[in-house]
Design a protein around this ligand. Structure first.
Ligand SMILES: *Cc1c(COP(=O)(O)O)cnc(C)c1O
Length: 406
């Protein structure tokens, strides 16, 4: 028998959920591809992709098929036992990247927590317990555990929770001289998003990424790439480090990895992994067969020339539409990002209107995101159709005109 259905509405949210979010005024109940429907049956085009998560759209038939098949086979065993889907997914991630070893978690924050702990542990075991400095960047976002918000570069997310993990230094993003000024032989890692996502959709320059690699090598520090948002095809390559001609020492991925099912992974080399031993780190759910089976299917589909090459054409359609809107309304100072991680930066005179635009877009029937107060962020499905982009952009244009006229 199914659970008893009680009536719930958007109002229920305010009465039962911890008030850490301010969700839109409608409640989505169904999705298919890049379309979503709410409780009233109103249709939305989804340019938000569940925040860069549903990279194959909603309820992709192959993911649904795997969910059902694995759901009727084996869900969870704990890490006291291993399982076939985890072993296959790890093998495929290794074949597709720089990595030789994989650790699975359930969220981006968990993958990063594991990465930061590994970087510290490696330095402690191989060099010295005093080699603990982590260099990170202003506006960076790495998740919401106390360690990950502390490495993140947005004090509004890390203040008020008591003492923070120590020996973390923040410098401006894309500023190699600033990194040079603080890096030393006590530095264990530089942690960076190749494309800052939450912080405003800001790609690293090639000189910056290559410079970080060289500085890490010079000081025996590890280069940790947070590709939780920029990875899994979002940039047009499987991982965005491939654009920069460098390799990381540790990389984290989550969001699109499971196409909407919670799963994350930390990838590293054999050499770095070799300091770990049973009991040093762990998680109950991480690497469970259900999550890994779905992620394996998502990876099989995303890591194909058809999907990866399609990213650039879709980006072009988005940026053409945004530039046309800008010629009409003179509202954006810049369209930036890489692949289908796109930011439209509002001109200073419109800088405070991002949230109003998001709300107006929802009213017009298109789901978008912001990144900071002055950037409109688009992170749609990697397989969104040209018709869906067109329809969503028409609705977005109507929303923009309404906000500008107000
Ligand atoms: C979303 C995000 C995280 C956090 O992932 P969660 O699954 O919310 O814990 C970490 N890093 C980056 C770059 C992200 O975009």
């Amino acid at each position: 028998m199914a659970a008893e259905n009680i009536a719930v509405t958007r109002e229920t949210f305010d009465n039962v959920i911890l008030p850490v979010y301010a969700p839109a005024q409608f409640v989505p109940v169904k999705g298919k591809g890049s379309r979503v429907w709410d409780q009233q049956g109103k249709e939305y085009i989804d340019f938000s992709g569940g925040i860069a998560v549903t990279a194959l759209g909603h309820c992709h038939p192959a993911l649904v098929e795997t969910l059902k098949r694995q759901g009727e086979t084996l869900w969870h065993t704990s890490n006291v036992f291993t399982n076939e889907p985890a072993l296959r997914l790890a093998t495929k991630l290794i074949a597709a990247t720089f990595a030789d070893r994989v650790f699975f978690g359930n969220s981006g924050a968990e993958a990063n927590e594991a990465a930061f702990k590994l970087a510290r542990y490696y330095a402690c075991k191989k060099h010295s317990p005093f080699k603990s400095k982590i260099i990170a960047f202003h506006n960076a976002f790495h998740g919401r555990t106390l360690f990950t918000v502390s490495v993140g570069g947005q004090p509004k997310y890390s203040n008020g929770f008591g003492p923070k993990p120590a020996d973390i230094v923040h410098v401006p993003f894309n500023d190699l001289a600033a990194v040079k000024a603080v890096i030393d032989d006590h530095t264990c890692a530089i942690v960076v998003e190749p494309i800052q996502g939450e912080g405003g959709v800001m790609p690293a320059t090639p000189e910056f990424m290559q410079g970080l690699r060289a500085l890490c090598d010079e000081h025996n520090a590890l280069l940790v790439l947070d590709e939780v948002q920029s990875g899994m095809g979002r940039s047009g390559k499987l991982f965005s480090y491939e654009h920069y001609g460098i390799q990381p020492d540790i990389l984290t991925t989550a969001k699109a990895l499971g196409g909407g099912f919670p799963v994350s992974a930390m990838l590293t080399t054999h050499e770095i992994a070799s300091v770990m031993a049973p009991g040093v780190h762990g998680t109950t759910y991480g690497g469970n067969p259900l999550a890994c089976a779905i992620a394996e299917t998502a990876l099989d589909i995303i890591n194909t020339p058809a999907v990866l090459a399609g990213v650039e054409a879709r980006r072009q359609q988005f940026t053409d539409a945004l530039r046309a809107l800008d010629s009409e309304l003179d509202i954006f100072s810049e369209i930036r990002g890489k692949g289908l991680l796109m930011g439209a930066v509002l001109k200073p005179e419109h800088a405070s209107k991002a949230r109003d635009i998001l709300n107006a877009a929802a009213a017009e029937g298109v789901m978008i995101l912001t990144a900071g107060s002055d950037v409109i962020r688009f992170v749609p499905s990697l397989v969104i159709t040209p018709e869906e982009i067109d329809a969503g952009m028409t609705r977005f244009a109507a929303a923009l005109r309404r906000v500008i006229a107000a």
